[in-house]
Design a protein around this ligand. Sequence first.
Ligand code: ATP
Ligand code: MG
Length: 331
Amino acid sequence: MRFLSGIQSSGNITLGNYLGAIKNFVKLQDSPDFTDFLVFIADLHAITVPQEKEKLRKNIKSLVALYLACGLDPKKVHIFIQSEVPAHAELGWVLECNGYIGELERMTQFKDKKEKQIGGVSVGLLTYPSLMAADILLYDTNLVPVGVDQKQHLELTRDLAIRFNSKYGETFVVPEPYIAPSGAKVMSLVDPTKKMSKSDPNPKGYIALLDDINIIKKKIKSAVTDSDGTIRYDLENKPGISNLLTILSCITNTSISDLVDKYKDSNYQNFKEDVAEAVANEIKPIQDKYNEIINSKLIDEVLDEGRDYANYLANKKINKVYNKIGLGRKR
Ligand code: ATP
Ligand code: MG
């Protein structure tokens, strides 16, 4: 079975990306269920909203180093950059021509991100899910680990795969979502009703894995909560406290109910201090490893191998797709 997932190089990688995605990749890379493990940097997705050239380059490299620093093992995982495998954009186009504007306009991420654009909404922001579908379908991916925020896109991917298969004959594997049982969605520290997001213009809302450790602690200690004073899990009335419980639960591998029990006589300040300490202890070794490798040759070596392997797989699929549709000359 093949595993594939990616993260956009659209900003500073957050605790949400780590707990919702990277930490799970690291666990799964050792699973005997997967014969093939691919993780990529979604730089083509990143440009659906404006990016500055230098920052984009820096974010791409930084994301590779973070994947490695968080524990992805290049002996087990192929790590590559999306734009270095042209078949992603090629299949993205084909899928756009087999998708409907209406189904794309219904996507929650599009509706959310559209509101935040000041200089106009790019066509790419709307068609983003077709490119994401291409990412997945190119590799006959069986299981796609996604945070709750991406579940809707995966459903669309399945629809597109089924539609294409029935129109042109069996071509794509229809993928299943894999959603981690806990910690799938980390919320913003300033507005705990919104998800933590690396493209949030307010850095107080997210914890970046590369934030200074003291800043990380400070951000947690000043996370928005409520005035009720009790520590319990109640998403509707206590989203801030519930979010901190989720974070602590994920990091310490302790169930939320055990945590609620542990902190039943505690005040918010003590609780937040413990969360801050736990997060800092989780992130510190990642930062140390990151600093060790960010300027090493390892980054390019890993990316070269990943690029070649991904192109090998993706080209086989895009040739098949073009043949099924009747594009160009027979390949
Ligand atoms: P952007 O704001 O640019 O969309 P993002 O933080 O949402 O950035 P993505 O690159 O869209 O990050 O997503 C990468 C992975 O991280 C996906 O698997 C997604 O489900 C997961 N993820 C993103 N945000 C969170 C979050 N707040 N909690 C848990 N998982 C998350
Ligand atoms: Mg996102």
